[in-house]
Design a protein around this ligand. Structure first.
Ligand code: ZN
Length: 411
């Protein structure tokens, strides 16, 4: 590893050094649980400042002409730059992929995996990487919600949070000051879990503007209806989506622990899903109807199947993969973009970054690797065309489904 990557190396070392702390916890292969008296050092995950430094370092050392680093917006409260990292042109016949991470500030593994992948794409001269760069356009937003990624103290220990840190200010949008907040807003609270759930703030009509499109009844809404682009984070993502018009959009999250299925009690390392809006959920706006079409849904199933199959290979420690429960969420980034013709894939990695919900740094390292493999093999699948050879029915017939959430074994 080159000298310039001391930051990333430090992160890796911090994670490695923490292994002994967790060595006595139960158990392989899915990683240990944090014991109640253990302190989790969240600083081992990249902060917004760490991410920026790493992106600058990679950009400085990128091979000529490969990578573009762009600011595509700023976070609502701390005004952190939101970065897009671009490999390849939007105006191309190659397949186009948009990878987004950390729309929920406490869900970090995807950002770390993306940094590793960005570094490879920027610097490696391996023929497989060159083949990806020649045949696929791939753009990233690593850490869409940096405000939520800032560590704060709670009575239970350090935490990051799902929401951004924005306060509802209807007058910002030219609305009356008593206009109710969108339903996905949480006002200030002692735990600081305030702000907007950015991942309910999307609308399939990408031109949607609450200042002109607001009508009584838009808010409060419900989860089967779209959001309103009131957060600068959602608007930054939308700008990248509109510029790229990707064939595939990948969003990376974490969730709590589940077992694989009713017949398989291994703990999930990952859940995936190819569809987050039902095809009979049609959103109409300004005379245009938005829905999930058959063609992009088939490609979504091929991509999800590819990742599942790659994680089953050999002696992978990541085989405990299943399908995420059925949902109907057009206000998510995945939902709105899937109603605009993009195939989608959702990663829900085990290991939520809340006090009481941690899985430990050793496990986190495994989850980063798991996501890296998934993302890398997806790019390979498009570069070689192999993804198109997969039967979409594999998704429905072969990926385990239906696993109840389970509690921690200790309490
Ligand atoms: Zn999430």
């Amino acid at each position: 590893m080159k000298k310039g990557f001391s930051l990333l190396l430090t992160l890796v070392l911090v994670m490695s050094m923490s292994i002994s702390v967790f060595a006595e916890a139960q158990s392989k292969p899915n990683g240990p649980w944090i014991q109640p008296n253990q302190t989790v050092k969240l600083e081992s995950w990249a902060s917004p400042e760490d991410l920026e430094k790493a992106l600058f370092q990679i950009n400085d050392r990128a091979r000529e002409g490969r990578m573009e680093l762009e600011v595509v917006g700023h976070s609502a409260t701390y005004e952190y730059p939101i970065y897009a990292v671009k490999f390849g042109e939007a105006d191309t016949d190659n397949p186009k992929i948009f990878i987004q991470t950390q729309i929920h500030g406490d869900e970090q593994a995807g950002t770390e995996a993306s940094l590793d992948l960005i570094q490879q794409l920027a610097m490696s001269n391996h023929p497989d990487i060159r083949e990806i760069l020649d045949n696929v356009t791939v753009w990233f937003i690593p850490m869409l919600n940096p405000d939520g990624a800032v560590v704060f103290e709670t009575p239970q220990g350090q935490s990051k949070q799902r929401q951004n840190l924005q306060t509802w200010d209807p007058e910002e949008f030219g609305l009356a000051e008593d206009t109710p907040a969108p339903w996905y807003y949480r006002p200030d609270s002692v735990s600081r879990e305030m702000g907007f759930d950015v991942n309910r703030d999307f609308h399939p009509a990408l031109e949607f503007d609450i200042s002109t499109d607001y009508t009584a009844g838009l808010t409060p809404g419900r989860s089967t209806a779209p959001g309103f682009y009131v957060t600068p984070e959602a608007r930054a993502s939308r700008a990248v989506f509109e510029e790229l018009q990707p064939d595939l959009f990948i969003d990376h999250h974490h969730r709590y622990s589940n077992v694989v299925s009713e017949d398989d009690d291994r703990l999930n390392t990952l859940q995936v899903i190819a569809q987050v809006v039902r095809q009979d959920n049609v959103v109409e706006h300004n005379g245009v109807e938005y829905r999930v079409d058959d063609e992009s849904l088939a490609l979504s199933k091929q991509v999800n199947s590819l990742v599942y199959q790659e994680l089953q290979k050999g002696n992978s420690p990541f085989g405990a993969v299943s399908r995420y429960p059925d949902v109907n969420l057009p206000g998510t980034a995945l939902g709105s973009y899937s109603m605009n013709g993009a195939a989608i894939m959702l990663y829900e990695t085990r290991g939520q970054q809340h006090p009481g919900g941690h899985t430990g740094q050793k496990a986190n390292g495994q989850y980063i690797k798991q996501s890296y493999i998934g993302l890398y093999e997806t790019l390979r699948g498009f570069a070689t065309g192999d993804v198109y050879e997969i039967d979409p029915a594999f998704y429905d017939e072969e990926i385990p489904y239906g696993s109840p959430r389970i509690g921690r074994p200790n309490n």
